[in-house]
Design a protein around this ligand. Structure first.
Ligand code: GKR
Ligand code: MG
Length: 422
């Protein structure tokens, strides 16, 4: 029998973590990426943890919602949604980054619910001794495969020493980067973040990867930086080479035009990012694969609902990632473990983070996969010293909202980040 356990207070700690100069369709990563670490305390002395975006608008929403949570039972996930709605009241459309689709009210609400829902699942696990994946229906896999996330990158941020990853600006650099990640982590599939250089250069990089890694499934994601015509051309060239092509162009209509002329599966984390996007995307035949992301789809239960919808409509399901830390990786892994039709290796930015907020040992990538943490709950513990240090870094870094366009202007003052560029 479970006892009533209610929330007493919530702390929300923004942190900044070092991030390398990774290039994408709108610009380049800033020297620091922002995250928020949530600690939800209860009258039973349990603390549930979660990780969310750490930009100012997100923090504002989290704080407004947190004020409504004392007294909420840790079992009452529907009550959580109601209280978050009360706390947020009228909310502005938002998206954590232009690379995860258009801003929307649904996304702003969903990301707030998600942040607390993960912490409640962590609490439920701690109260019962169960892992989150067991609370979500049980693990269908104990090891969750992730893909190597390859990025074109500069050697270092402007004005800084080269970082330990080095430069990757051409096919040879991308192959070397892939080799390093495969050797170190055993990744069994490779995803290249494209939309950076003219498509022929990125096609050459994919061909070089195919040559160097004949058996690895390959993906290319230009984050909607190509016109429909360019997308047609690249899709034709890379048919039979890629496992899937992710967001070649913008919008459901554009993606449908591309899909109509290629046998290459198209995936998205940009044109289908809320439940409202699903019916028009299915009707238009715009995508074959949806990349879920519990952070902005509304949490772990909402992601399972998305999985069911994908199954019903014959869509594949993969998992998207922005820059994140170990708490999110644990949540992603627990969710993927309990989602039968999540059969593609998931994305993770983890390999690019040299700083961490959880105690070491809970999460390692080996053999290209993460073993589901033992639990209870998410199976991770916040390293309070690391949290304090990364919070100090947040206070000092001056960044309050991700802006890859501004970071690019440091080197290219006329940069606009406007898409499609090719
Ligand atoms: O961090 O540069 C990046 C990525 O491009 C990220 O922002 C995207 O949202 O990885 C994401 C994607 O798959 O589109
Ligand atoms: Mg993507």
């Amino acid at each position: 029998m479970t006892t009533a356990i209610t929330i007493t207070d919530v702390s929300i700690t923004p942190v900044a973590v070092q991030d390398p100069p990774l290039l994408n369709s709108v610009g380049v990563h800033e020297p620091y990426a922002l995250r928020a670490i949530l600690q939800v305390r209860t009258d039973a002395g349990l603390v549930g943890v979660s990780e969310a975006y750490g930009d100012d608008p997100t923090l504002d929403r989290l704080r407004r919602a947190a004020a409504e949570l004392p007294g909420l039972s840790i079992w009452d996930l529907n009550g959580l949604s109601r209280r978050v709605a009360v706390g947020l009241g009228e909310v502005a459309p938002d998206s954590p980054t232009e690379l995860a689709g258009a801003p929307s009210v649904a996304k702003a609400i969903a990301s707030t619910v998600s942040a607390f829902e993960v912490a409640l699942y962590d609490l439920q696990g701690k109260a019962t001794g169960l892992r989150v994946c067991d609370l979500l229906g049980g693990a269908v896999r104990e090891r969750v495969p992730f893909s190597a996330y390859l990025f074109y990158k500069w050697a270092g941020h402007p004005g800084q020493e080269p970082d330990s990853f080095g430069e990757a600006l051409d096919p040879a650099g991308i192959v070397a980067q892939a080799r390093r990640l495969v050797d170190r982590y055993g990744f069994g599939s490779l995803k290249l973040k494209g939309g950076v250089f003219p498509p022929d250069e990125e096609i050459a990089a994919i061909r070089a990867l195919r040559e160097a890694f004949p058996e690895h499934p390959l993906r290319l994601d230009p984050n909607a930086n190509w016109s429909v015509a360019t997308s047609h051309r690249v899709a034709t060239e890379l048919a039979g080479v890629l496992e899937y092509l992710e967001d070649p162009t913008g919008g459901i209509e554009g993606m449908a035009e591309v899909a109509a002329h290629t046998g290459l599966p198209l995936a998205t984390n940009m044109c289908v990012t809320t439940f409202d996007d699903v019916p028009p995307a299915v009707a238009a035949g715009a995508v074959s694969i949806v990349l879920s992301d519990h952070h902005f789809w509304g949490g772990l239960r909402a992601s399972q609902k998305l999985a069911g919808i994908c199954e019903t409509f014959g869509l594949g399901l993969s998992m998207h990632s922005n820059t994140h830390l170990g708490v999110s990786l644990a949540a992603m892994t627990q969710l993927a473990a309990a989602t039968p039709n999540l059969t593609y290796a998931c994305d993770t930015h983890s390999v690019w983070q040299v700083e961490e907020v959880i105690e070491p040992g809970a999460i390692e990538i080996s053999g290209g996969a993460v073993r589901v943490p033992d639990g209870p709950g998410l199976g991770v513990t916040i390293d309070q010293d690391a949290l304090a240090r990364l919070h100090e870094q947040y206070l000092g870094c001056g960044i309050r909202r991700r802006d890859d366009v501004a970071a690019m202007r440091v080197r290219y003052p006329d940069w606009t980040g406007a898409r499609p560029r090719f």
